[in-house]
Design a protein around this ligand. Structure first.
Ligand code: SF4
Length: 364
């Protein structure tokens, strides 16, 4: 079941300042059965006695409508010891913005105490000002990554953001809007005229891993079909296979996934990553998802990674990436292939097969 398609908040919290705002009224009118409450604060403290896990589940049914103090945040590419990523700007129009229940999702920890709800920010004029200002800083090719703190499309039929952002970016030749999604909700994108400044990237995993660990998300076939339709419409398409997960039979499953994707898509890039968890994640996720989370741990994660995260040992990651790169190359020569958030030892083993300057989050 696609929990974005069936999304209905039980409660809508309206920050007093945006009461009466046309955007607030439009969204509230979409959910007439929801309990609506006007509140004076945009943060909630988790009630005493409610575990973070219960708050996380309850929060997926609470919609806060408010304003953001900033929409654009700088990410410098530093991720702790030895792990470097490309610097980019995060674009966050919806805070904690995802109705899906991926067991490995790091947003669960990021927002666990203060924003146990999905928060739609209505002060779009500020968002456009910040984007304009950041795009004019003089860098060549400024990436605005809208997939880091939310699923870019899952709630698009409610927030109608792509219809505002796609035409806006068409006037910013120096900038690029990077959308990342597991969702097939592309109606907004299809209503727009595509332009070079917008890239849509689909996160894919095998059917088995999707069913087991990406609860509530559309299956890979639906995602590939959505990507195909956007490609046909004229959008730039990329793919992200992340997090790769090891299990008995992973090789044929990932090969089948790539074969099917490459049969209908011509992505300009495929970025690969593997499961990585901050140490406290499993305890929180177990409160929400129970024993299936132990399955993640039991796939061979080790706690000895140089960045302090639970990761597979380096040799297993290299084995996984080699297998997937070979599979990609057997089906398609065109896409650049890159690795996401990998350690220097893994990069050095695979540098001749990957292009660090052409990954999912970079502009070219
Ligand atoms: S789709 Fe992305 S943002 Fe949403 S729960 Fe899954 S990992 Fe988190």
């Amino acid at each position: 079941m696609d929990t974005a398609r069936t999304f209905k908040p039980r409660t809508i919290l309206v920050w007093r300042k945006v009461q009466g705002h046309p955007e607030t009224e439009r969204i509230v009118n979409m959910f007439r059965e929801a309990h609506v409450e006007v509140v004076d604060r945009q943060h909630l403290i988790r009630p005493g006695g409610q575990s973070p896990g219960r708050a996380l589940v309850a929060g997926k049914k609470i919609l806060m409508i408010g304003e953001a103090s900033s929409f654009v945040r700088r990410f410098d590419g530093c991720l702790g010891d030895g792990v470097r990523c490309a610097p980019y700007l995060k674009l966050v129009p919806i805070s904690n913005g995802c109705p899906y229940y991926c067991t490995y999702c790091y947003l669960a920890r990021v927002y666990r105490d203060y924003l146990p709800f999905i928060k739609v920010n209505t002060n779009h004029a500020k968002m456009f000002d910040e984007i304009r200002e950041a795009a004019g800083l003089g860098w060549s090719g400024v990436a605005f990554n809208m997939g880091e703190m939310l699923d870019s499309l899952a709630l698009d039929s409610i927030v109608l953001l792509t219809e505002r952002l796609v035409p806006f970016f068409s006037h910013l030749p120096n900038a690029c809007l990077m959308l990342l999604t597991k969702s097939p909700h592309i109606d907004g994108l299809l209503r727009c005229t595509p332009n070079r400044q917008v890239v849509v990237s689909w996160s894919l995993n095998t059917q088995r891993m999707t069913e087991t660990y990406e609860i509530g998300t559309p299956n890979p076939a639906e995602r590939i079909e959505a990507a195909r339709r956007c490609q046909e419409h004229g959008y730039r398409i990329r793919l992200r296979i992340d997090p790769g997960i090891l299990y008995d039979g992973w090789q044929p499953d990932y090969a089948d996934l790539l074969r099917e994707a490459m049969r209908v898509l011509e992505p300009e890039n495929v970025t690969l990553g593997m499961l990585r968890l901050v140490p406290g994640h499993l305890g929180l996720a177990r409160q929400v998802y129970g024993e299936r989370v132990s399955g993640l741990r039991n796939t061979g994660l080790s706690d000895r990674a140089s960045d302090g995260k639970l990761r597979y040992p380096s040799y297993r990651r290299v084995e996984f990436y080699r297998f997937l790169i070979d599979a990609i190359r057997s089906f398609a020569r065109r896409p650049s292939v890159s690795l996401c958030r990998e350690t220097p030892d893994v990069w050095s083993e695979l540098s001749h097969l990957c292009d660090p300057d052409r990954c999912n989050c970079l502009v070219w």
